[in-house]
Write a protein that binds this ligand. Structure first.
Ligand SMILES: Nc1ncnc2c1ncn2[C@@H]1O[C@H](COP(=O)(O)OP(=O)(O)OP(=O)(O)O)[C@@H](O)[C@H]1O
Length: 225
């Protein structure tokens, strides 16, 4: 499966946010989206999901144009930058709604075993983020959008989430953005940088430094897979 996005035009008033986007993502791979604060990463994910209507857009799956909001096709799941689950819902109910086995979650995160009857507002920000990321990753949708899944997450859990992403990518398209760039570099097969409303395919770390996203002393290596 191939997801292609282009011809996006998004303005807020007179401010141009996105104008020269081309993005191609394949199932079996993780596509990282990088960019400075305010470069339009969240806007782009919202446009793909269908919750933000831009002036123009073209979104295609295997060359077929998606005309209605993507979320209405039931093929796409989205972890938004801010809270996904409502406050007054128990974890048990949330797992039921997502049709995901609570015990499978506990297999990965046994520290949560007493939380099944907790309401989401009884969890810390990081605990909630972890639950929400797990639900989205394990959902049976074949396109997954993750906006800052590593926010508030402890390193030991970040590693588990990264393993889950790698395991889930075999039959899904995964788009991910996060400012923890080391993690994005570590799990992404392809990377796009958003700058001045345009997307640029990144082929090595030096380009991220040259484009002013990473500081010049960045040590990490990355090559597209
Ligand atoms: N509802 C809105 N009204 C006006 N401007 C907006 C609105 N939503 C977003 N913007 C502007 O659009 C730009 C892109 O925002 P967006 O949230 O997509 O950026 P981002 O790359 O995800 O940023 P960050 O990395 O800080 O999360 C920003 O300059 C923001 O101020």
């Amino acid at each position: 499966m191939v997801l292609e996005v282009d011809s996006i035009e998004l303005n807020y008033g007179t401010k141009k946010i996105l104008s020269g986007i081309y993005l191609k993502a394949l199932s079996g791979s993780v596509t990282g989206i990088m960019g400075r604060n305010g470069s339009g990463k969240t806007s782009l994910l919202n446009i793909i999901y269908g919750s933000l209507p831009p002036k123009y857009k073209s979104i295609r799956i295997n060359g077929q144009s998606i005309k209605k909001p993507f979320f209405s096709t039931n093929r796409i799941a989205y972890l938004p930058q801010h809270r996904l689950l409502p406050i007054q819902i128990k974890l048990k109910t949330a797992f039921k709604l997502f049709n995901i086995d609570w015990d499978k979650f506990i297999d990965h995160f046994d520290g949560f075993k007493d939380y099944e009857k907790f309401y989401t507002h009884q969890l810390s920000s990081g605990e909630l983020r972890l639950v929400e990321t797990f639900l989205i990753l394990k959902s049976d949708h074949d396109i997954i959008l993750l906006d800052e899944p590593f926010s508030f997450i402890a390193p030991i859990y970040v590693d588990k989430i990264k393993s889950l992403i790698k395991a889930q990518r075999s039959n899904k398209i995964i788009l991910i953005t996060d400012h923890s760039y080391e993690h994005i570099l570590n799990i992404s097969d392809n990377i796009y940088l958003l700058k001045n409303g345009c997307s640029k395919v990144i082929s090595n770390i030096d380009e991220l430094i040259y484009e002013g996203y990473l500081p010049s002393n960045s040590q990490q290596k990355w090559f597209p897979k």
